[in-house]
Design a protein around this ligand. Structure first.
Ligand code: PEP
Ligand code: MN
Length: 347
């Protein structure tokens, strides 16, 4: 439930509502906003007796949050959530953010080359797995902590922020030491101990949609992160299983406007895993931006033919550059713009 305060409610009135909610045995989360402050009530299983709260000074109204995912919902927070990274990138605002890089960190040369050319092409976030959740136990599993060190080195050299995956609860703290954004992969979307740990990490989390997760399940998985006190969550549509075998997955573009209606959290699209085919990544990346995605996360490799994972869906750098030019036009057509490239930011 949400206690909406009048726009001129004093700090003392808000504090008194927080105290009253706690006195009733629930948790209270103040949610400051541009228009009004609200106080969210958590920990209730069913209806709450609102009479006591409605009579308090500064209270405008009490609204029931009908969605099962409470803090993730637009009922809880009307305004879009903005996530600000240390390098100036803002996710969830009018800018469309480009996250790009290889599927996995493979070597110093590979990640440094990738970082330099992606920065020059306009990306502001570098992706790359150090811990890889591979379908086969015999496939390359990533460089582990050495991979994280190489990502940090790439950030140092280029200013790109880092997004990289944590695959188990015990690994979250290590990834959080290096990453600007912790990725939770599709296979782990409902790994609740992992979600709870990531929710406690103090770092933004990029949560990928499970390959057969409904939108409700996806948003409830995000709720685990917010329930731990972390509201810096970026959702990621990365394709779902379908009956058709022509593509690896079916990129569910409709999920983008649907999620935007249901939640205040930013949502980005991953056309690489969403299609599995290099030749389909650029058209679906363009389409995702047209559908309202707050950014893209795209696999790009300096030499995809030699990639140790996901080479078949990794773009050549020149393809990425071409896509950025096209997305620039699409973003402006819908009242947005590409994120300011780091090259345009004075050092
Ligand atoms: C990845 O980003 O390389 C990855 C493994 O993605 P997903 O979890 O969406 O399969
Ligand atoms: Mn991959």
């Amino acid at each position: 439930m949400l206690v909406v305060m009048k726009h001129n409610a004093s700090a003392e009135a808000i504090e008194a509502v927080v105290d009253a909610i706690q006195d009733m045995g629930y948790g209270a989360r103040p949610i400051p906003g541009g228009q009004r402050t609200a106080v969210g009530l958590i920990g209730n299983d069913g209806r709450v007796d609102t009479a006591r709260l409605e009579g308090m000074e500064g209270v405008l109204e009490c609204i029931a949050v009908t969605q099962p995912y409470k803090q993730v919902s637009r009922e809880w927070r009307e305004e879009d959530t903005l996530i600000r990274l240390d390098n100036g990138t803002v996710i969830g605002g009018s800018e469309v953010v480009l996250m790009a890089g290889p599927c996995a960190v493979e070597s110093e040369d590979q990640i440094m080359t990738s970082a330099r050319l992606l920065r020059a092409a306009g990306a502001t976030v570098l992706r790359g797995g150090a811990f890889k959740p591979r379908t086969s136990p015999y496939s390359f599993q990533g460089l582990g902590e050495e991979g994280l060190r190489l990502l940090a080195q790439a950030r140092e050299a280029t200013g790109l922020a880092i997004v990289t995956e944590a695959v188990d609860p015990a690994g979250v703290d290590l990834v959080a030491e290096y990453a600007d954004i912790i990725q939770i992969g599709a296979r782990n979307m409902q790994n609740y101990p992992l979600l709870r740990r990531a929710g406690q990490s103090g770092k933004p989390v990029l949560l990928k949609r499970g390959m057969s997760a409904t939108i409700n399940e996806f948003l409830l998985a995000a709720e685990y992160l917010l329930a731990e006190g972390n509201d810096e969550v970026i959702l990621c549509e990365r394709g779902v299983r379908s009956f058709d075998t022509h593509t690896r997955n079916l990129l569910d573009l409709t999920a983008i406007p649907v999620v935007k209606g249901l939640s205040h959290l930013p949502i980005v699209a991953d056309p690489s895993h969403g299609t599995g085919l290099r030749s389909k990544v650029v058209p679906m990346g363009r389409a995702a931006v047209a559908a309202g995605a707050d950014g893209l996360i795209v696999e790009v490799h300096p030499d995809p033919t030699r990639a140790l994972s996901d080479g078949a869906q990794s773009l050549y750098p020149a393809q990425f550059e071409e896509m950025v030019g096209q997305i620039d036009v699409i973003a402006r057509a819908i009242g947005r713009q590409l994120v300011t490239p780091l090259d345009a930011v004075p050092a």
